[in-house]
Ligand binder design. Structure first.
Ligand code: ATP
Length: 307
């Protein structure tokens, strides 16, 4: 049975008269890599901060590992690791020294946790190198190591990929996949670039102006972005039967309202139109559809008007 790790219920945040997170309901289950996608200022950081108890909600609430009362939540929070921005590391200390400082400050037992965390993010070989000379990718990885020191079951990462070069993105993504695979770590990761989360996220929440517009699985998103031909006819069931019988087409769906979405044979659409017309079916329209992920997101936020 699936286990809810993080659930937000009508989570709301207001600053003065501005509602920056507005009744957001997201559900993240154990093992998910949940991509929170939205433009700058959409409210992603604020949601993550509320989940991590760094910001107090103005309304609604958060349930963590099944707990929503104050005591349960405070226990559950010890199972979270959060990286909301690059933590303030000491520029003249090494990776190891910085983590050791935070280990003591946070009262985490066992020196080995520093070594383990460094190993998890591939920073064991940085030796005497000081933080100030690290590349952005290394800084991000050290930030992740810090979030991993308490061996969290849930990782909250706010735009960790932002500013990384393509190689850094791949490396960071692989790290997260490995954590998820090896330790079943559940991950909430935000980004304003949907494609950065591709091949990483198992589900997505799209957020704009504080509203959650849509929440869907990676499979559902891929399905929605699939290349297809949408054919509008006067008799869709008959047209579908003809396409199957006469042309051997099977990969299509009949939508309510007289449209058919065809996913195969797209290179020769005239075969279909010729058949339908020859059989006396009225063809009202034919359109090649299919969005890449970024188009999908832009359509989604472009198509909604509120506030
Ligand atoms: P970004 O990637 O730019 O951080 P975001 O989606 O994470 O974007 P938030 O940082 O959550 O967005 O900000 C949402 C809105 O809330 C923005 O309009 C921001 O200006 C506003 N905001 C955030 N923190 C505060 C604050 N402490 N006081 C007033 N307004 C705030």
């Amino acid at each position: 049975m699936s286990e809810n790790v993080l659930v937000t219920r009508d989570l709301t945040k207001r600053y003065g008269s501005a509602t920056v997170v507005d009744h957001v309901n997201i559900t993240i289950q154990k093992g998910d890599i949940y991509g929170l996608v939205g433009r700058n200022g959409a409210g992603k950081t604020t949601i993550i901060r509320m989940a991590a108890a760094q910001t107090v909600p103005s309304g609604g609430g958060v349930e963590l590992f099944g707990a929503s009362d104050i005591r349960g939540l405070s226990q559950a929070r010890s199972r979270i690791g959060a990286m909301v921005e690059i933590p303030s590391f000491y520029p003249y200390l090494t990776a190891r020294e910085n983590l050791e400082y935070y280990r003591r400050q946070r009262g985490i037992a066992g020196k080995h946790v520093v070594e383990d965390a460094l190993e998890q993010v591939n920073l064991t070989d940085t030796g005497k190198k000081k933080f100030k000379t690290f590349s952005l990718g290394m800084k991000q990885r050290l930030g992740l190591a810090l979030a991993l020191m308490n061996r969290p079951d849930l990782l909250l990462l706010d735009e960790p990929i932002n500013g990384l070069d393509p190689e850094g993105i791949v490396e960071f993504r692989n790290l997260l996949l490995e954590l998820n695979r090896q330790y079943q770590t559940t991950i909430l990761i935000s980004s304003h670039i949907l494609s950065e989360l591709q091949s990483l996220a198992t589900c997505y929440g799209f957020i704009d102006k504080g509203h959650l517009l849509e929440q869907l699985s990676a499979g559902e998103l891929a399905e929605k972005c699939r290349d297809c031909m949408e054919i509008k006819v006067d008799d869709a069931p008959r047209a579908a039967a003809l396409m199957e019988q006469e042309l051997g087409l099977r990969d299509f769906e009949v939508l309510p309202g007289g449209a058919i979405r065809l996913y195969e044979g797209l290179e020769r659409p005239q075969k279909v139109t010729n058949l339908l017309v020859a059989q006396g079916i009225n063809l009202y329209g034919m359109e090649h559809r299919g969005a890449n992920l970024e188009d999908y997101f832009l359509n989604l936020i472009g198509g909604v008007h509120h506030g």
